[in-house]
Design a protein around this ligand. Structure first.
Ligand code: 13P
Length: 250
C-alpha cells in the first residue's frame, strides 16, 4: 500500500497570521477525512516555524518550499536544510518548475539540494514536468525521464525509500487547465516504470502526486487512477475547505 498524500504548496502567499489560521483550519477540518490520507502544508519560510509548532502532534505534516544547495556560510538570503529540519519540518519541495524557470535551478543545483535535504533528514518532494511546447512536441516522456535520471538515479536505496515525486505539467500550473485523469495516469505509470528500472520493487512504494489546477471538483477522478497517489496543490491549498475537500477525493 502506497501512502496517500495531499500536499499544499502555499507558494508566496499568506502572512504569518493568515498561514497560522489556515493550518489551524486544515487541522480542524481534516478530522472529517479518512486517517489514511496524509496532509502536508508548505508555507513560506517566514512562518515555517510557527506553522510547524502549531501542527506538532497533529495529522498535518509540514514541508518547506525550497532549501539551500550549500550547508552553511556566506550565502545571503539562503535557508539551509539544517535550519529547516531544526523546526521539526519533515518535507521539502525541490525542483518545482517555478524554481527551475524563474531561478534557473539546474539538475546540478538540485543534486546538491537533494543531498542537503537527505543529510538533514528532510524528505524531498521532487517535482518533474514538461512545458506546453514539450507536450505538444510529444516530448513529455523524455523530459520527465531526464529529470528523474538527473536527480533521482544517484540516490541510495535508503534515500529513495523516503522520496515523494510530484508530476506537475507546467501548462497545468495555475492555468485552470488540468491534465485529464488519463493523461495523468499515463505519465505516472511511465514514471513508475522509469523508477523501477533503477530501483526495482521499491518503486512500487513511491508516492507519485499530481499537481496542476487540482481542485475538489477534479481530485476524485484523478486520484482514482492506479498510479496517482495524491496531489500537490497550489491555489486550492489556500482555502482550508477546498484543500481538505481534495483529501476526500480518495
Ligand atoms: P496550482 O494548483 O495553483 O495549479 O499549482 C500547482 C503547483 O504548482 C503546486 O506546486
Amino acid at each position: 500500500m502506497r501512502k496517500k498524500i495531499v500536499a499544499g504548496n502555499w507558494k508566496m502567499n499568506t502572512t504569518p497570521a493568515e498561514g497560522l489560521e489556515l493550518v489551524k483550519n486544515v487541522m480542524a477540518q481534516s478530522a472529517e477525512v479518512c486517517e489514511c490520507v496524509n496532509f502536508i502544508v508548505c508555507p513560506p519560510f517566514t512562518h515555517l516555524s510557527q506553522v510547524a509548532e502549531a501542527a506538532k502532534g497533529s495529522r498535518v505534516a509540514v514541508g518547506a518550499q525550497n532549501c539551500a544547495a550549500e550547508a552553511k556560510g556566506a550565502y545571503t538570503g539562503e535557508v539551509s536544510a539544517a535550519m529547516i529540519a531544526s523546526l521539526g519540518v519533515e518535507y521539502v519541495i525541490l525542483g518545482h518548475s517555478e524554481r527551475r524557470e524563474y531561478y534557473g535551478e539546474t539538475s546540478e543545483t538540485l543534486n546538491k539540494k537533494m543531498a542537503q535535504a537527505y543529510a538533514n533528514g528532510l524528505k524531498p518532494i521532487y517535482c518533474v514536468g514538461e512545458r506546453l511546447e514539450e507536450r505538444e512536441a510529444e516530448r513529455h516522456f523524455e523530459v520527465v525521464k531526464a529529470q528523474i535520471e538527473e536527480d533521482v538515479f544517484n540516490l541510495t536505496e535508503e534515500q529513495f525509500a523516503d522520496l515523494v515525486i510530484a508530476y506537475e505539467p507546467v501548462w497545468a500550473i495555475g492555468t485552470g487547465k488540468t491534465a485529464t485523469a488519463e493523461q495523468a495516469e499515463e505519465i505516472h505509470a511511465y514514471i513508475r516504470t522509469v523508477l523501477a528500472e533503477k530501483f526495482g520493487e521499491a518503486a512500487a512504494s513511491t508516492p507519485i502526486l499530481y499537481g496542476g489546477s487540482c481542485k475538489p471538483s477534479n481530485a476524485q477522478e484523478i486520484f482514482a487512477k492506479e498510479n496517482v497517489d495524491g496531489g500537490l496543490i497550489g491555489g486550492a491549498a489556500l482555502k482550508a475547505e477546498d484543500f481538505v475537500a481534495i483529501g476526500k477525493g480518495f
